[in-house]
Design a protein around this ligand. Structure first.
Ligand code: M6P
Ligand code: ZN
Length: 188
């Protein structure tokens, strides 16, 4: 082996808040980071949208990275709040989501526009195979908290989603969340 092995370690995950101990790397996303992502304009740019709390592990292909995401409840127009969503820069890298609290939908899309949407509820693990872009949507009234595990060199391609959008959007309908075609989706 070229490098010394990492030391084994453990983390404490608070399932209701998603907070980790010892201290993770924290990435805060505010509403202005999501400007242009919704059908309507955002109204409160400085409001917290979500945060990603990542365990400190080198981002290499032999490691597993993992993080909790704490996604606020709320809507922009009639669209539920969501994460930016991304393809992996290394397209074939897979990921697993385990929902810890709250409720939502995991929207996944291939580059050809095919989509699959899965429920996110405490205790459900969602498998995201390589090549599927993924976005989580908080359809509840409390924060959506989930733990994600991904291959260390997956990387992020945000540009494709930021330019084209997802093929579907999730809006509040008369009987709850509805998945509808995105009128602004730019197919390739
Ligand atoms: C999950 C994982 C992370 C991701 C986060 C927020 O925790 O997929 O890799 O950063 O969700 O999603 P996004 O990066 O699309 O904003
Ligand atoms: Zn990912």
């Amino acid at each position: 082996m070229d490098l010394a092995p990492l030391e084994p370690f453990s983390v404490q995950i608070d399932f209701s808040t998603g907070l980790l101990a010892p201290d993770p790397d924290i990435l805060d996303r505010r509403m202005f980071d999501l400007a242009g992502y919704f059908q309507t304009d955002i109204t409160d740019p400085s409001a917290e949208a979500y945060s990603v709390h990542e365990l400190r592990v080198p981002a290499t292909g032999n490691n597993l990275l993992s993080s909790t995401t704490l996604l606020s409840a709320g809507k922009v127009g009639d669209e539920y709040l969501f994460t930016k969503g991304h393809f992996h820069a290394n397209r074939d890298r897979a990921e697993i989501y385990l929902t810890l609290s709250g409720e939502g939908l995991l929207v996944m899309a291939l580059e050809d526009g095919r989509t699959v949407t899965k429920e996110m509820r405490p205790g459900i693990a969602n498998y995201v195979p390589g090549y599927w872009a993924h976005r989580s949507v908080n359809t509840g009234t409390t924060p959506l908290v989930f733990y994600a595990v991904y291959i260390g060199d997956a990387g992020y391609d945000y540009a494709t989603i930021s330019e084209r959008g997802f093929p579907v959007i999730v809006v509040e309908g008369d009987d709850g969340p509805e998945v509808r075609p995105n009128p602004r989706y730019a197919s390739s």
